[in-house]
Design a protein around this ligand. Structure first.
Ligand code: UT7
Length: 332
């Protein structure tokens, strides 16, 4: 079986910058609290009529395609991860296809929240390994800002999330020692409601009621402390799993790209894995938590900044709603 490799990466974030000070105008919060508890200084919010989940994905994808030296019509498959699709249905994969001006190739939509991009990468990798497809576009794109509770009731969640998109192009690797070495996916539905948006709900006769609007169940709910505790266990576990599978140890990692959930979580993982700060990517201060877009945005920025070079061992890892968690080990 052949390996897949990353031939191009790209990202796009909307222009509107929203600082912690801006949020202070909307709810009882402070720049100090947000920076101290999360590491976030600012995030990007979409502009209605300009940005959509699908067109931000297209902008990130075009950059990834350019780096891969491919045209959109050379893509065989789209795998699109998002928790904030443009519509309830159809999924955003077909909309991205339309944005890119391509037709008839399959588009798969992935619903695994913060781990969604690594799930998507794993799906793409399997299709390349089996020989079914050659050039696969893997995308994570999110618009959170239109679905957050900006009153003080929602402050524990709303200050964290931001909008953005990231993409990569996966192609067959010339060598089995190069490219995606392995991917590792996990889920535990026991904690499904600990980080979730529960309404509108198909299991209610009236999917959307005034009560849901008023009680806030249309907004994301997060049991922050509990999610935090699971995250700091699962991240190191799933990174170790990837290292063990390939006979490496933590110190062999040249660049670790964790999902950007909270700077305190990233710092904990860095210390636990015994890695120096420069080997762990962090950009949460600029973008907040962009769920499925966070890993590809961070990967794309790391490449852009020249922090990943040929032959480097790169590890991607994520944890989030579901709970779901995942990792990928890549020889660049
Ligand atoms: O991406 C998917 C996975 N997500 C995560 O991994 C997120 C994991 N969780 C976290 O990152 C943290 O739990 C949070 C950043 C969400 C919260 O930080 P925390 O240190 O766990 O704070 P807390 O929820 O324990 O709240 C501490 C206090 C509370 O006040 P009292 O009860 O001590 O008086 C909150 O009401 O901080 C208050 N608080 C705020 N204060 C100002 C909560 N949110 C805010 C806010 N501004 N935005």
């Amino acid at each position: 079986m052949r390996n897949s490799k990353i031939a191009g990466v790209g990202h796009y974030v909307p222009e509107q910058v929203v600082t912690n000070k801006d949020l202070e105008q909307l709810m009882d919060t402070s720049d100090e609290w947000i920076q101290e508890r999360t590491g976030i200084k600012e995030r990007r919010y979409f502009t209605e009529g300009v940005d959509t989940t699908a067109n931000m994905a297209a902008k990130a994808s075009r950059k990834a395609l350019e780096m891969a030296n491919l045209q959109p019509e050379q893509i065989d498959l789209i795998v699109f991860a998002t928790l904030s699709p443009d519509y309830v249905f159809p999924g955003s994969g077909v909309l991205l296809e339309r944005e890119l001006g391509i037709k008839e190739i399959p588009a798969i939509d992935i619903r695994n929240q913060c781990s969604g991009f690594i799930y998507a990468l794993s799906v793409a990798d399997q299709f390349i390994k089996t020989g079914m497809y050659n050039n696969v576009l893997v995308v994570g794109s999110e618009i959170h800002s239109s679905g957050l509770d900006f009153s003080t009731r929602g402050r524990g969640v709303s200050v964290i999330f931001g909008d953005g998109a990231g993409a990569l192009v996966l192609t067959p690797s010339e060598s089995n020692d190069k490219g995606v070495l392995s991917t590792h996916l996990h889920a535990d539905g026991e904690f499904a409601e600990e980080l979730a948006v529960l309404a509108p709900a198909t299991n209610k006769k009236d999917r959307l009621t005034h009560e849901m609007l008023e009680d806030g169940s249309i907004y994301p709910y997060m049991n922050g402390n509990m999610v935090f505790k699971h995250a700091v266990t699962r991240f190191p576990e799933v990174i170790e799993e990837a290292l063990n599978k390939n006979g490496y140890k933590a110190t062999d990692i040249d660049m670790l790209i964790p999902h950007q959930a909270n700077l305190r979580i990233t710092s904990y993982i860095q210390q636990k894995m015994g890695l120096p700060a420069e080997k762990v990517m962090s950009n949460i201060h600029k973008y907040g938590n962009t769920t499925a877009a966070s890993v590809p945005i961070a990967l794309s920025e790391a490449v852009q900044e020249g922090r990943i070079k040929e032959g480097d061992l790169v590890c991607l890892a994520a944890f989030g709603s579901g709970f779901t968690w995942a990792s990928a080990l890549i020889r660049w």
